[in-house]
Ligand binder design. Structure first.
Ligand code: FES
Ligand code: MG
Length: 580
């Protein structure tokens, strides 16, 4: 039997010959576990977000079995436990509403239990940040195992990208170029294997962020869910976490400021989701790294997008893996001097650069060379101005070049319902030059900051062949979506941001090159409108009780990562008291 060389946290439960030790051990033994299984061995939690209501993570019990084999092989003892599964596709009003709830579940489950290290089984969008946030607040050794992307969608002989196809095909139905019957028939081919969205949506982006941060083994981000190598990686991760416990390699040694700076640069190179801005901030906050919105400008600006994946480009995650996956991108960045901190430590004990410096690159179409980028300057833009005093974001790789500098009159929607009711009106006064503005979809306003910022265009303009317009809101958008969409306006309308008082016909100017977003009214006019707005506010009775009360009262604005204020920070893993 292998003994760990370090003082194990789990020994505080199982290592004493007294009443407490009796209790902790005896109840575990009802599962048929002999003494030597949990005496002196690293006890490894497998934090599982499996759920049949989170289809992207529905294969995770099989993933967990392979993780267990690796843990046992390396001399650890695996204990699998469930946490709140934040499924993007089914949860209403938005899985973002419960990201922080899931993170609390993870944090308290890890800290309160006899766990020496933890494997985080993540996949669907919010599961990755939620588990990293919770684990970071405990600062135990942790390794991320992602479930992997779905195979390419297939329909009518063509590839179809998760989510992106939904936005594209539904606009074709509205424009009258696709029959409803054909639209509905595409559903089955759209999601035809286990795994997460196969586009560079939020799930793939966060998987790449986890790998770039150094929290997963190389290739963790891109191996397809159904590829046998996914299960090999799960096995190897199980073995590695046991070694990490024995080495005392805790999360705070990996999640350094340098790691986050690498991840921001990588996000630009992969054409990653705007949601990463919020999630990285929230994770950083839990481990004590002070990431700022302006870090995205400083590190992202001028970074080329190399990965040619939908929604920005052409291919899907299968091709990305076959082309060399994230290690190939990291190598390209590093060779060009664009990896800010190649010496950052990763979970396998090597530096990021050691892991990738010889990574093969098999396809220059999918992972482009530096001199043939998909977008020359792909970093997420942080916009500021009197319409977004605390910032807003835009993803240039998914936008239309001709709209990145634009001035137009506002068409204002008070909320999502107002938008849905009026956008279909043939009499709506709107042209391709209008700026669509939607309020009250932010963290407090929706609540939960839903992915509704990529408002579909008016059917009458779609029918005329208009494919993009400037859209502005305090919402997020799906990582699979595209368009010239200004998101995360902070402060949000519900919190009294200037967005709340934009009026129909106000002129708005967007200038991405100068990072500005401006409402063309005087400071006096803006202040007067805000004073009137403030006097009209009443509490929504729906916010008075339940989890929604906790959420609305405590959620931070988008620029602060939408965590709860009281959850920011690392609280460590110590538990001074016993339960009896
Ligand atoms: Fe789960 Fe896209 S809906 S990853
Ligand atoms: Mg999403």
């Amino acid at each position: 039997m292998s003994k760990s060389p370090v003082k194990l946290r789990s020994a505080e439960w199982f290592g004493t010959a007294d009443k407490n030790g009796f209790m902790y051990r005896s109840w575990m033994k009802n599962q048929g576990i002999p003494d030597h299984e949990f005496q002196g061995k690293p006890i490894i939690g497998i934090c599982n977000t499996w759920s049949e209501l989170t289809p992207c993570n529905a294969h995770f019990r099989k993933v967990a079995e392979h993780v267990k084999r690796g843990i046992l092989e390396a001399g650890g003892f695996p204990v699998e436990f469930p946490v709140f599964s934040n499924g993007e596709s089914n949860l209403r009003p938005t899985a973002m509403l419960t990201r922080n709830l899931a993170s609390m579940d993870v944090e308290e489950s890890i800290r309160g239990n006899p766990i020496d290290g933890v494997v985080l089984l993540v996949g669907c969008d919010k599961t990755t940040p939620a588990l990293l946030m919770g684990a970071a607040s405990c600062d135990v050794p942790a390794i991320v195992v992602t479930g992997g992307p779905m195979l390419n969608g297939k329909y009518m002989g063509k590839d179809m990208g998760s989510g992106t196809a939904v936005w594209q095909l539904s606009e074709q139905v509205k424009a009258g170029t696709l029959k409803l019957h054909d639209f509905l028939a595409a559903e089955a081919g759209h999601s035809r294997s286990a795994g997460t969205c196969n586009t560079m949506g939020t799930a793939s982006t966060m998987a790449c962020m986890a790998e770039a941060l150094g929290t997963g083994l190389p290739h963790n981000a891109a191996i397809p869910a159904v590829d046998a190598r996914r299960y090999v990686l799960a096995h190897m991760s199980g073995s590695r976490i046991v070694e990490m416990v024995n080495e005392g390699l805790t999360l705070s040694k990996i999640l350094t400021r340098e790691a986050f700076e690498n991840a921001i640069r990588v996000n630009a190179a992969i054409g990653g989701s705007t949601n990463a801005v919020i999630h990285l901030k929230a994770i950083a906050g839990r481990i004590g790294v002070d990431l700022q919105l302006d870090d995205w400008t400083r590190l992202g600006a001028g970074t080329p997008t190399l990965v040619d994946l939908l929604p920005s480009g052409r291919f899907l995650m299968e091709e990305f893996y076959y082309a060399g996956g994230l290690p190939a991108v990291l190598r390209r960045l590093g060779e060009a001097g664009l990896l800010p901190h190649p010496q950052a430590l990763t979970v396998n004990g090597n530096t990021l650069w050691d892991n990738v410096k010889d990574a093969p690159i098999y396809n220059d179409e999918v992972i482009r060379p530096l001199d043939k980028p998909l977008v020359a300057d792909g970093g997420i833009r942080v916009l500021r101005g009197n319409l977004a005093p605390r910032g807003a974001v835009l993803k240039p790789s998914a936008a239309s070049a001709h709209l990145l500098k634009h001035r137009g009159p506002a068409v204002v929607f008070e909320n999502l319902e107002d938008y849905k009711a009026r956008i279909v009106d043939p009499e709506l006064a709107i042209t391709a030059d209008s700026v669509m503005v939607m309020k009250n979809c932010g963290p407090q306003g929706y609540p939960g900051m839903a992915e509704v910022g990529n408002m579909g265009l008016p059917p009458k303009l779609l029918a005329q062949g208009v494919t993009d317009m400037v859209r502005i809101s305090d919402a997020r958008m799906s990582g699979t979506a595209y368009g010239t969409v200004v998101l995360h306006v902070a402060p949000e309308a519900k919190a009294g941001g200037p967005l709340a008082v934009v009026q129909e016909g106000d002129w708005i100017s967007l200038d991405c090159a100068n990072n500005s977003l401006h409402l063309e009214i005087s400071d006096e006019e803006l202040a007067a409108r805000l004073a009137v707005w403030q006097s009209q506010q009443r509490e929504d009775p729906a916010d008075a009780t339940g989890y929604r009360h906790l959420y609305v009262k405590n959620v931070l604005q988008a620029d602060e990562g939408c965590d709860f204020g009281f959850l920011v920070g690392c609280r460590g893993s110590a538990v001074p008291r016993h339960s009896h």
